[in-house]
Design a binder for this molecule. Structure first.
Ligand code: PAF
Length: 273
């Protein structure tokens, strides 16, 4: 497995290849969710490249940029065992200059939900993902559905900027008790870990209501809010798959999303109906 640390090195490595390349961008602290994206890429492409870069431009002031979990040795081992061909580990200076052009997320759908609660977050995500796509020139790139709005933003960037890459959405991976995997779960105390289960429980309740033909979004949201009452809720929202607000559930065209703080840890989860 190659370890590359500058864009120039990765561009040169990529130029040697004529085969299909799968790309999995990450911020490290790899867990089973990342491993499933990597395995899918390894299965579907001749070569797989993983990037590990904690991108400063997508963190807001006061967020966990400085304390973001760093497990480089374990991450490299995971990548090597999973059959990754190259890992890209750039420094901030290798990726950014002082005064650069910036990218702004779409003014409406980039500034609702995650974009409303973390203003500027998607600008940073899109900026780094575009840089990474340009350096890697992937055939396919793999993103988890857990960051549903991020996935939607990236699919839109590919469409709007006519980028030549196929975005592959990947299923959410959960612990056996329902907690969606996240690098930030390690911040949770034992008691908070139990409270964090209310995210997936609220989504399970919503699914049950829909199975019982209760399609009214306001009533589903209020039942979910009740389950989440012991957390500091940011939002429960129900949108169609284009992120338009909806009043009634549309089967095969709905995403139910939740974002909440358990203690000081911000968690998100969702379900695709
Ligand atoms: O989802 C993430 O881990 C990050 O937002 C990404 C896509 C690697 C960009 O930094």
């Amino acid at each position: 497995m190659r370890e590359l640390s500058t864009p120039a090195e990765l561009i040169a490595y990529r130029k040697e290849m004529t085969e299909s390349v799968g790309f999995v961008p990450t911020m490290g602290a790899l867990h089973t969710g990342h491993i499933s994206l990597i395995k899918q890429s390894v299965a579907e492409n001749d070569k797989t490249i993983v990037s590990i870069f904690v991108n400063p431009t997508q963190f807001l002031e006061g967020e966990d940029l400085d304390s973001y979990p760093n497990k480089i040795a374990a991450d490299l081992k995971i990548c090597s065992l999973a059959g990754v061909d190259a890992v890209f580990l750039p420094s901030i200076n290798a990726m950014y200059e002082e005064d650069e052009l910036t990218i702004t997320a779409p003014k409406v759908k980039g500034f609702i939900l995650e974009g409303f609660n973390r203003p500027g977050h998607f600008d940073g995500v899109l900026q780094v993902v575009l840089k990474l796509f340009n350096i890697t020139s992937p055939t396919k790139a793999y993103f988890g559905k857990k960051d549903a709005q991020q996935l939607f933003m990236i699919q839109n960037m590919v469409k709007h900027l006519f980028l030549d890459v196929e975005i592959v959405p990947c299923e959410i991976i959960r612990e056996s008790d329902g907690l969606a995997l996240s690098s930030r779960n390690i911040y949770l105390s034992e008691e908070e870990r139990v409270r964090a289960l209310t995210l997936s429980s609220s989504l399970k309740l919503a699914t049950k209501m829909i199975m019982n033909k209760k399609f009214n979004c306001a009533s589903i949201k209020s039942s979910m809010q009740e389950v989440l009452k012991d957390t500091k809720l940011e939002y429960v929202e129900i949108v169609d798959r284009e992120f338009n607000h909806i009043e009634e559930i549309e089967i095969k065209n709905t995403i139910i999303l939740v974002a909440t703080f358990v203690g000081t840890t911000r968690l998100i989860d969702n379900i695709w109906i």
